[in-house]
Design a protein around this ligand. Structure first.
Ligand code: MRU
Length: 412
């Protein structure tokens, strides 16, 4: 068990037919099913983003750049004229950037590719194509470097024997590799500073219970999983020394959009005198927005709140599984006719069967409100840990200085 056992989140590799492709760990089914997704087109990456197979702001930035690179290398063969090529890049970048609204890294990744294409338009097309693919791969490497720097800066803020609480997954899986908030935890753990981590389960999609718990277990770091509603009580009991979360978009004034539930934690920290740290690369800082009021919050499928999903694999030698599914001949997926609105699909997988289901908890035909993110006002944030520096209030100045140093300023 070591941090190095955590796989990279996504990478560029030729598929079985020798065509360039983006490989990614399918996070929608982790930890019980550990599948890889292979995307050969920008549409494939967009579908993976929509289905939460790849998620987390910095990982979305890299996925966006790789999606544009896939169009460049696999889908623009027929384009021989530079103007048409640039128009194609503009269109694809716009489609990719629109897949989810809140994490600014997504638009940032697509825009960086678009801007490079326009700035290098005097090159012959084959050279331009190569340049763009190289850029997407470099963004993945830079993401890891930035996260490691965030980890070093953040670990310096923590006392010995620190007990950290975190929310959602701002781990390696939310980035190309290593993580932002968990990057700080990993670094502090390597320095022998971490006594334990409290992991919020993070309803409704359960990124904490499914992904953060999986990463910390893999890294051999002691942690305890709690439901979101338990955070107040563990803080009041004096069992939390610091809260560290990631971010999806940070406005120029230091207001932070992050997974729903983050704002409540920040308020609790203020009440209990606990530092509330945000760890994020400067690519998450959106200096075009004065405050968090301008951040668009993604509204998601009510079914996330009305019930829970599950995925699993039935082993081939399970007699019950074989009996139950012996009539299935093709690969599926087969939708089972379940009562009460529950849903289940079975797909043949090698010699076994994969099961994907959704269990209804709430009664049918009700109103649901499901914002995926909230905004924490800057006054609750003790510090924003970036790859350049630890920014503190007044954030207007400190964030602008950090972004200036990194070259990540947004021109969307
Ligand atoms: O909906 P998700 O899983 O893409 O949301 C991710 C988050 O909100 C995380 O909390 C994270 O801090 C931002 S990415 C490091």
């Amino acid at each position: 068990m070591a941090i190095t056992d955590i796989p990279r989140t996504l990478w560029w590799q030729e598929d079985e037919s020798g065509r360039p492709a983006v490989y990614m760990v399918d996070q929608s089914r982790l930890p019980l099913v550990g599948d890889l997704l292979v995307c050969g087109t920008h549409d494939g990456v967009c579908a993976a983003i929509g289905g939460m197979a790849v998620r987390g702001a910095p990982a979305l930035g890299v996925a966006a750049a790789m999606a544009v690179a896939l169009w460049v290398i696999n889908e623009s063969d027929g384009v021989t004229d530079t103007d048409a090529f640039l128009a194609g890049i503009d269109a694809v970048a716009a489609v990719v950037a629109a897949t989810r609204p809140t994490a600014v890294n997504l638009a940032w990744g697509a825009e960086r590719m678009r801007a490079l294409a326009h700035a290098s338009a005097d090159r012959p097309l084959p050279e331009l194509r190569e340049l763009l693919v190289t850029e997407a791969l470099a963004m993945s490497e830079q993401d890891e470097e930035r996260n490691r720097a965030i980890g070093r800066h953040g670990a310096e803020l923590l006392p010995d024997d620190v007990r950290i609480l975190t929310h959602c997954n701002a781990g390696s899986l939310a980035t190309a590799y290593f993580g932002t908030a968990l990057g700080v935890v990993f670094t502090a753990h390597e320095q022998g500073k971490v006594a334990g981590v409290w992991v919020d389960e993070t309803r409704p999609v359960l990124q904490g219970a499914r992904l953060t718990a999986w990463e910390l277990k893999m890294a051999g770091i002691p942690f305890r999983l709690i439901t979101d509603s338990m955070a107040a009580s563990v803080m009041r009991a004096g069992m939390v020394d610091a809260v560290i979360v990631g971010a999806d978009r940070i406005a120029a004034n230091g207001d932070v959009a992050n997974k729903i539930g983050t704002y409540g934690l920040a308020v609790l920290c203020k009440e209990h005198g606990i530092p509330f740290y945000v760890a994020a690369p400067t690519s998450t800082v959106d200096l075009t927005l004065e405050s968090g009021d301008g951040i668009v919050i993604e509204q998601r499928d009510p079914r996330e709140v009305e019930g829970v999903t599950f995925s699993g694999v039935l082993e081939p030698d399970s007699a019950t599984a074989s009996r139950a599914f012996e009539t299935l001949t093709a690969d599926g997926p087969y939708a089972l006719p379940l009562a009460k609105g529950h849903a289940m699909e079975i797909t043949r997988k090698g010699a076994g069967y994969q099961v994907d289901g959704w269990v209804r908890i709430a009664p049918p035909n009700i109103e649901v409100y499901n914002p995926a993110f909230d905004v924490t006002p800057a006054e609750y944030v003790s510090a924003i840990i970036t790859e350049c520096d630890v920014a503190r209030a007044p954030y207007g100045e400190s964030l602008a200085a950090a972004c200036e140093g990194s070259g990540s300023i947004h021109e969307l």
